[in-house]
Design a protein around this ligand. Sequence first.
Ligand code: TYM
Length: 334
Amino acid sequence: MIDGKKVLFSGMQATGNLTLGNYLGALKNWVNLSDEYECFYSVVDMHSITVRQDPSELRQRARKLLTLYIAAGLDPKKNCIYYQSHVSGHAELAWILNCFTYMGELNRMTQFKDKAAKHADNINAGLFTYPVLMASDILLYQSDVVPVGKDQLQHLEITRDIAQRFNAIYGDIFTIPEPFMGKAGANIKSLQDPSKKMSKSDENTNASIYLMDDPDTVIRKFKRAVTDSEAQVRYCEEQPGIRNLIEIYCACTGKTPEETEKEFDGKGYGDFKLAVGESVADILKPLQARFEELSRDKAYIDNVIKENADKANYYAMKTLRKVQKKIGFPERIR
Ligand code: TYM
């Protein structure tokens, strides 16, 4: 709790171009939570280096992502928006938690298996212990809730296990976090292969909608989206392509799958795909405009970066000092 409010933490990697999956599964749901929660949103640049990055590109992407958080509607006066690498407590706590995490647990992580297969020439220890750094992000702020897409649930589960294990030994040190998912959009699939998630790293650029895609590109990609042969707009397991498009449409318009089925009853896939494309273009337009405007205001963004890092450091240090004391590190002499 901070000032009587529950704490919320989430983060995104500054790797690749953000997709509609990132937006609908996470960012969009982050907005308007700051009245109820004390919110921390990190640009997790330390996570990004588990795969090789070009340094200047990483720096630029991190700044763009931080700007995008604000463009999406997060007021930096009410939400702590900061770079993970500016708060050293993340790495310090991660080391401690590494000593409370088992190799067997990390071996079971599906994201590790996927990434190790993709980057067979660079299966580094950071990639393996990635979930421990993620646990430290969350536990450092004593977070109660963590809004994420479905692909991150396994990491949240291991975070809870590590926290419970630590608490069982040292007493109630960490708050046990709960995941939080939006009504629609927690699992947006590739437009070219609905058995896979929409991903920043997909080589086929038609498979993902990027947040900076212009309206024509968005509509073209939806027109090309893989669908099924039943020619009916129905939300069911047997039609994964259409189901994904319905999911996207609902997340963008606030409609339910039943309302969507009714709206497109008797209409063809062409009409439906166009409507989905337009609904996406409509939500991206204001986001892109605000992003461009904010990007021009260097001093404002610099100030957000500085002030929020100070705030995050303050809360991070509180937890870190408590943990260090509990495990028996000598106290500092002032
Ligand atoms: P990342 O950067 O891959 O994704 C950021 C957020 O977007 C969600 N997401 C999706 N949601 C729905 N459909 C999709 N196709 C889709 N693709 C991505 C993710 O679930 C995530 O919420 N390890 C995390 C970053 C992280 C983090 C944390 C998150 C580091 N520390 C602490 C929460 C709390 C990651 O790589 O997310």
